[in-house]
Each structure stands twice: as C-alpha cells, then as structure tokens.
Design a protein around this ligand. Structure first.
Ligand SMILES: *Cc1c(COP(=O)(O)O)cnc(C)c1O
Length: 441
C-alpha cells in the first residue's frame, strides 16, 4: 500500500487520514463517504505557488482547475492559499462567487460557453475569458459592447503535443474539440480575428495538453511551441502576448503502475516549464510572459479517499470474486467511463497483505459498474471498510444520482478534526425538482 504522508496505519492496524482513524470516521459519518485531507490540499497549492515565486520572480499565478472538485470549502481553501481558479460553467462560477472568491482571480474556460455564462462572467468582472472559437469571439465582443466593457481574453490554442496518456483524457491533438491548431494555420487566423475585436483585449494564449501526464518533456515541448507561436504572431501582427497559460495535467499516483509521486515532482514540472520558458523567450526574442498554470487533479486527487462498507461477497469459481460495496458509479464513474485504475485496502485491517484478486462492484444496475476490477486485496469480510485511494479529483465532481442513489457527503479532515464540507443528500433532495402535473394526479 502507498502511504502518503497524509495517510498512515495506526496501532490498531486501522487506516488513518488527517489524524483520524477511518473506522472512527465511518462510525460518525457512515459510508459511502468521501474524505478530503486539508493539509495535503494546502501543501499542493503551496508547492506550485512557491515554485513560481522562487523560480520566476512571482511573474505568474497558479489557477486551481476547479472542475476537479468544486464546492464552497475548496474555493475558500484555495483562496486562502493565494491561488486563482478556473471555472468551466455557470455552476462552477456561481459556487466560486458564493464562496466569495475574488473575481479578479477567476478565469473561464469552455468549448461552448452559453450566452448566459458569458453574461455572468462579464457582470461579475472576472479576470479573463479563455475563448475557444470564432463564434464565441463574435458573441463575447457584442456582449461587451452592450455592457460597455473591455474584457480580457486568451485564445485556446492547440500545440499538437502528443502526451502519453489515455486517449479519452487527451485534449490537444490536432483533431481536438478544443481550440485551434497551430500546425494548420487556424490558430493564426484565430489571432487575426481576435485582434479585430474592439471590445476584447487579447492578452495571450492558453493550451492544455492533456491530463494525468508524467512526462515533463511534453510540457517543455508545449512551452517551446507556444513561445514560437507567440514570436511568430509578434513578427506578423506586432501582437505582443503578455500572458501564457499552459494548462494543467500533472499526473498523480493511482496505482503502482504510475510514477511514485512526492511533493518535489510537482515543483519539478513547474521548474521544467519555467526553465524552458526563459530559454525560449530569449532564443525567440520575446518578452517573458506572465505565466499561468492550471493544476486540478494534482491539487485534490491524492488528498481524497473514499470509504465503503462491504455488503456481500460473491465468488464465481476460477473466474471472478466480487466484493459488493455500498457505492459505485454514482460516486465514482471513472472506471465505468474509461477504465481508470485505483488502489484499495481494507481500512479496518490495513496491515493485512493482499492475497486475493477481487473486483469492487458497485450497487448500480449496470454490469460495468465497478470501482476497481481485478485488483489485489486482503481477504475481505462482510462489514469490512474498504478505502479507495486518490479519489479527491473527478469523483464527487462527476457523481450523479443514477438509480436514485444518494451522492455521498464529503468530510474535510485536519489534525484529528472532521467536518462536513458537503452534507449528505436525503431522499427529499432526490425528488426536489420532480413535478407531478395536475392531469397525472
Ligand atoms: C481539465 C483541465 C485542467 C486541469 O487538468 P488536471 O489534469 O486536472 O490538472 C486545466 N485546464 C484545462 C483547460 C482543463 O480542461
């Protein structure tokens, strides 16, 4: 088992997180339960911020990609750590605003932002909108004219870097639905067109080469290509980009097939980018841009675990052993979506060696509803608590009420204290928006 510094096994052989025994957490809060370690989140925010401060004289800002986990408390923590955020929908923006997040540190993304979302962004004077396409330039420019404002924008550019990762989470190939490619000239046309817009202030460019990437070279290559593009646009159109947003995508530990991560890995990603940025800015004779990076998964992913209770066990001789748990694709759809891998342990007997190959089956009426398939685990009994690691990103954020299951609550733990940051749903919540028209009654 991987023991992050936030996780340990105590004298009773129980898994502990943030100074609290998980068996105790389950007694108090029940299962399924998301648990987030506050210190780990803060530590990750800190390492990114400090690296930009130290290595780039603070000429940049870390934006937490809040689609990874969006709720009031997380925005508060991120704000206290002096980060900015990016949001990708009206819902995320609304949540951030309700958390009192400073609007001058909010950036907005999306490949098809709704007019209502753009209006919301303008009305709340957010820092910058990352424009994805020509239509959006038209719509946004017209809106800004109406509101009588100048909006800062970046353009989403596709540098065509192949990052070695699962294809569903790869977003910067030439045929991506996001942004425009440099290689076929469309990014240049995009720039030309943006520069004609009177109510938009083009600050620079954005790219995001994918997710769960461990190869630092991919980021160095993307940085080089983006700087070349900046230099090219400067030569051709005298447009000097002052901002470069290089997205997120830094990989985290899910299983031992991944690179073993530690806090320094993340400083190294940023150092790689900054070293390259400085070198290439000089080489291509452009000003060093204000740097934005957008880590999401790496800030909250390893900070989170999910706790489940074993309900039944079904063994199909020589084929498969199912450990049925009280969660499933409604709290974590990532295996069902793209066979994402996770590591698990029995939290109440965390020292027990893994001796079996089992599948953690969810309770949804889908045969593909697994949290993990064919993973090593110690021999489980009914009533045991299962902990699944690295569930802080894209779990709660992707949860649903499928089968009208209740989305589990989230507790935030720190120094032996635990508190809800998302409270449990009730069945009343489930029918809150259901309507019975008169004629059906
Ligand atoms: C998803 C996304 C991120 C965050 O990616 P992670 O892999 O979670 O770090 C950052 N920027 C953009 C534009 C994204 O779409």
């Amino acid at each position: 088992m991987n023991c992050r510094d936030t996780l340990r096994i105590n004298a009773q052989g129980h898994l502990e997180i943030g100074g609290i025994d998980t068996v105790q957490l389950v007694k108090e809060f029940g299962t399924p339960l998301y648990v987030m370690d506050e210190e780990h989140i803060r530590k990750m925010c800190g390492i990114y911020r400090q690296t930009i401060e130290k290595e780039y004289n603070g000429n940049g800002l870390v934006l937490y990609a809040s689609k990874a986990l969006s709720c009031l408390a997380i925005y508060k923590i991120v704000e206290q750590e002096s980060l900015g955020i990016d949001v990708v929908s009206g819902g995320e923006l609304y949540t951030a605003l309700k958390a009192g997040f400073p609007t001058d540190k909010i950036y907005m993304h999306g490949n098809n932002k709704l007019v209502t979302e753009l209006q919301m962004a303008i009305e709340n004077k957010i820092a910058c909108i990352v424009v994805d396409n020509f239509t959006e330039l038209d719509i946004l420019d017209a809106l800004c004219q109406k509101y009588g404002v100048q909006q800062n924008i970046l353009l989403r550019i596709n540098p065509g870097v192949e990052a070695h990762t699962h294809q569903y989470i790869q977003t910067a190939k030439v045929d991506s639905k996001f942004g425009f490619a440099i290689s076929n000239g469309s990014a240049e046309q995009f720039t030309q067109y943006a520069l004609t817009k009177k109510n938009l202030n083009l600050q620079g460019y954005h790219c995001h080469i994918g997710s769960q990437i461990f190869e630092r070279d991919s980021f160095a290559l993307a940085t080089d290509i983006m700087l070349q593009f900046i230099a090219d646009m400067q030569k051709k159109y005298q447009f000097e980009a002052s901002v470069l947003n290089l997205g997120g995508g830094y990989g985290i530990w899910y299983t031992d097939e991944d690179v073993k991560t530690n806090i320094n890995c993340y400083a190294e990603y940023v150092k790689t980018i900054i070293t390259q940025l400085r070198k290439k800015a000089k080489e291509y004779n452009v000003k060093e841009p204000f740097l934005l990076i957008e880590p999401g998964r790496s800030i909250v992913g390893e900070a989170g675990i999910t706790l489940y209770t074993v309900g039944n066990i079904k063994e199909i001789a020589n084929l498969k052993k199912y450990i049925a748990i009280d969660g499933g694709m409604f709290d974590n759809p990532r295996y069902a979506l793209y066979q994402a891998k996770y590591t698990a342990c029995i939290a109440n007997r965390a020292n027990d060696k893994a001796t079996e190959i089992v599948s953690l089956a969810g309770k949804c009426c889908e045969s593909g509803d697994f949290i993990c398939e064919d993973i090593p685990l110690a021999k489980a009994n009914i009533g045991d608590i299962i902990a699944v690691f690295s569930t802080g990103a894209y779990n709660y954020a992707m949860s649903s009420n499928y089968n009208r299951n209740l989305v589990p609550p989230i507790v935030l733990v720190k120094k032996g204290r635990a508190a809800y940051i998302v409270k449990p749903q009730t069945f009343e919540d489930i029918i809150r928006n259901d309507v019975l028209p008169e004629y059906l009654k």
